[in-house]
Design a protein around this ligand. Structure first.
Ligand SMILES: Nc1ncnc2c1ncn2[C@@H]1O[C@H](COP(=O)(O)OP(=O)(O)O)[C@@H](O)[C@H]1O
Ligand SMILES: [Mg+2]
Length: 216
């Protein structure tokens, strides 16, 4: 299965989510590939710096649309799970990913410009679905959430209205540990007992239930 994190906006947690989903799936014993489609190569650098003893996915850097179209299916054949860290803003790369992914996840920060930008990502999903007879499955989720804010309520309401791209119930909170972990040679799942890891795992279980792969 190819799962891609997409959003036009940077900074919404695509790379953080992609690396952690890989780590989660590796713990389940899956053979996992991480495809970094972002020129900044944040997730590749992260995986490259992981401490010895931490399970790592196979990594691929595909930042141009044509190589992505050509190579993603082959990578998917060779692995149980492919996680794509999608580029923010690059329309052609996004389109290539939307034509190949089984599941698209749209992380959204509860801010006005981010919620606005998510509408574009959702439109792009719909365009792909017209070509692909309904695929890919797609979900949005809120990231870097600060509880009890007006913006959060507005974001929930707006995203909740896109019933064809359901909003996952599990929200990822803004936490210092989640920001610190990038570049520290580790992941939240490898730090003992932190709530950030618990909520990520809960979100992935919710996702797999929704997708119906029954492997959570
Ligand atoms: N839950 C979180 N809490 C706090 N900071 C976060 C969280 N998720 C991501 N960040 C930080 O926000 C920044 C952007 O995240 P990143 O995963 O790189 O997003 P993207 O790949 O969409 O640009 C990074 O500095 C990252 O460490
Ligand atoms: Mg990134």
């Amino acid at each position: 299965m190819i799962t891609a994190f997409l959003n036009l906006k940077g900074g919404c947690g695509k790379s953080t989510s992609a690396v952690h989903l890989c780590r989660y799936l590796l713990d389940k014993g899956e053979k996992v590939a991480l495809v970094d489609a972002d020129g900044q190569a944040t997730s590749l650098a992260w995986v490259g710096n992981l401490d010895e003893g931490i399970k790592k996915p196979a990594v691929f850097r595909l930042i141009e649309p044509d190589p992505l179209m050509d190579q993603l299916p082959t990578i998917a054949q060779g692995h149980d799970e492919v996680v794509v860290d999608g580029a923010g803003g690059l329309a052609e790369v996004q389109r290539a990913i939307l034509l190949l992914a089984d599941v698209v996840l749209i992380p959204v920060q509860p801010s006005t410009p981010d919620v606005f930008a998510s509408a574009e990502a959702i439109k792009a999903v719909r365009r792909a679905r017209q070509i692909r007879s309904g695929a890919p499955k797609a979900f949005s989720f809120l990231t870097r959430v600060v509880p009890k804010t007006l913006l959060l309520n507005e974001a929930r309401e707006t995203l909740g209205e896109y019933t064809d791209v359901p909003l996952l119930k599990t929200e990822i909170h803004q936490r210092q540990v989640a920001a610190d972990v990038m570049g520290q040679g580790t992941t939240l799942f490898d730090l003992k007992g932190n709530r950030a890891a618990t909520e990520l795992a809960r979100q992935y279980r919710e996702l797999f239930e929704e997708v119906g792969y029954g492997r959570a």
